[in-house]
Design a protein around this ligand. Structure first.
Ligand SMILES: CCOCCOc1ccc(-c2cn(C[C@@H]3NC[C@@H](O)[C@H]3O)nn2)cc1
Length: 448
């Protein structure tokens, strides 16, 4: 009996990204991207892993799509590698790159699987990084050129488009903390990068509208429900600041057309506020059809005099965690969805990523009994269900991830997939969680 039935047209899917699964890093005319470069520098990535081969999805996409079909998964979110299309980032087009993605999209559609494409999932062509990357306004225009070609080539086939994945991670991890490509450690640069990414987002949405295409377009943000460690005034302020830093900076710009006043004041005092115009904010505020959210965990924060630049630090609580060290906190997904619904005019929401890394083992029968992942997924879907019952316009859920894959700085040490990948043989093993998710999709809901 289906105890928690989702709306009839609810989108059930899985998600991946190009650099994390494709491999073929230098095949068929693809240009170098910043993750090819970043992973080639010893010390950046766990055991110096890289995406040169990854899951070899570039060559194995048909058998992987057959797994999607076997599991009854009808929606698949993936990203296009910009440097496969424009090896130099702009100008000369690599037809083999276009042909690959056309084969991939047609193979999905042939199996009744709807594609959802992320245009930018962190893999900037290295040639563009060499002219300043996202700090350079020219890259904004080159992104529009890339998007326009993708809309012309695939706009009639693809119903869902996502301009950017997690601009906060791109700007902060890549340009403030330096733990992601291109490895810069400068908050002022990070916020300038965030602004130009948002500008490129708005320009591409406006372009999509002008082409009278029939699909829907949005952006994906990684968001977290922020809790203060105590009710002290300082900790409560720390939570408000971290919410502004991670969530409201992007949400307010995109959905309200202005950066939050409290954060503009703080960043100005810290001399890290980027330059921007009213026209910029108008472009960023271009209407989107849906907001994509990636939720993994909550953030519990406290005031910390020594924490530059925000005087906020995260607590590491002694609660159950995933292999990423992230607390398992499903209620945070409900809180986030309710807050978004209340504070951003009930916008349509897609959960474009939710999932968990665990240290999966293949047992003596050649199976992966990942009950811990099923429990994580079950508890988060229950919170999603509660949010829908309480009025949130949640339209779909893309599980992260379809395949075990390259988890950025963690390399292949973290397994998020519902399908196990043996990287030595490229053998796929469907985990128990995949069969469980297949039943959720078949029942359009969760049975007790
Ligand atoms: C110097 C301190 O550094 C701390 C690391 O801080 C983070 C924060 C956030 C993440 C993170 C990873 N993911 C999963 C990905 N989402 C997109 C898709 O590509 C998945 O692979 N989401 N957020 C990692 C690390």
């Amino acid at each position: 009996m289906v105890k928690y039935k989702f709306p009839d047209d609810f989108i059930w899917g899985v998600a991946t990204s190009a650099y994390q699964i494709e491999g073929a890093y230098n095949k068929d005319g693809k240009g170098e991207n910043i993750w090819d470069r970043f992973t080639s520098i010893p010390g950046n990535i766990y055991k110096n892993h890289n995406g040169n081969v990854a899951c070899d999805h570039y060559h194995l996409y048909q058998s992987d799509i057959n797994i999607l079909k076997e599991l009854g998964i009808k929606n698949y979110r993936f990203s296009i590698s910009w440097a496969r299309i424009f090896p130099d980032g702009y100008g000369k087009v690599n037809q083999k790159g276009i042909e690959y993605y056309r084969r991939l999209i047609n193979a999905l559609l042939d199996k009744g699987i709807q594609p959802a494409i992320t245009l930018y999932h962190w893999d900037l062509p290295q040639e563009l990084q060499d002219i300043g990357g996202w700090t350079n306004k020219k890259v904004v225009d080159y992104f529009v050129e890339y998007a326009e070609l993708m809309f012309k080539e695939f706009g009639d086939l693809v119903p869902i488009w996502i301009t950017h994945n997690e601009p906060w991670v791109v700007s902060i991890l890549g340009h403030a903390w330096g733990v992601h490509a291109p490895g810069i450690k400068d908050y002022k640069i990070a916020l300038k990068v965030a602004h130009n990414i948002l500008l490129s987002h708005g320009k591409v949405v406006k372009l999509y509208r002008s082409m009278s295409l029939k699909g829907k377009i949005g952006i994906t943000l990684n968001l977290s429900s922020i809790h203060s460690a105590t009710d002290s005034e300082k900790d409560l302020l720390a939570a408000k600041i971290y919410d502004g830093f991670m969530n409201r900076w992007f949400l307010d710009a995109i959905l309200k057309g202005s950066y939050p006043e409290d954060m503009k004041k703080l960043y100005n005092e810290l001399n890290i506020l980027p330059q921007f115009s009213d026209d910029d904010m108008k472009i960023i505020n271009e209407r989107i059809d849906f907001l994509g959210i990636n939720y993994y965990t909550r953030s519990v924060v406290k005031y910390d005099e020594n924490a530059y630049p925000l005087k906020v630090s995260m607590l590491d609580l002694d609660n159950p965690k995933t292999d990423m060290g992230w607390e398992i906190y499903p209620k945070g997904l409900y809180e986030l969805l309710i807050n978004l619904h209340k504070n951003y005019d009930g916008i349509d929401i897609l959960i474009t990523e939710n999932g968990a890394a665990f240290n999966d083992i293949v047992n003596y029968k050649g199976k992966v009994v990942d009950d811990y992942r099923i429990d994580y997924l079950y508890r988060h879907l229950l919170e999603a269900y509660r949010a829908i019952c309480d009025g949130v316009n949640l339209k779909g859920y893309y599980l992260w991830s379809f395949l075990d894959n390259f988890e950025w700085a963690e390399g292949y040490s973290k397994r998020f997939g519902i399908v196990f990948v043996d990287y030595n043989t490229q053998k796929r093993i469907i985990k128990d969680s995949a069969y469980w998710y297949s039943d959720v999709i078949k029942n359009n809901g969760i049975t007790e």
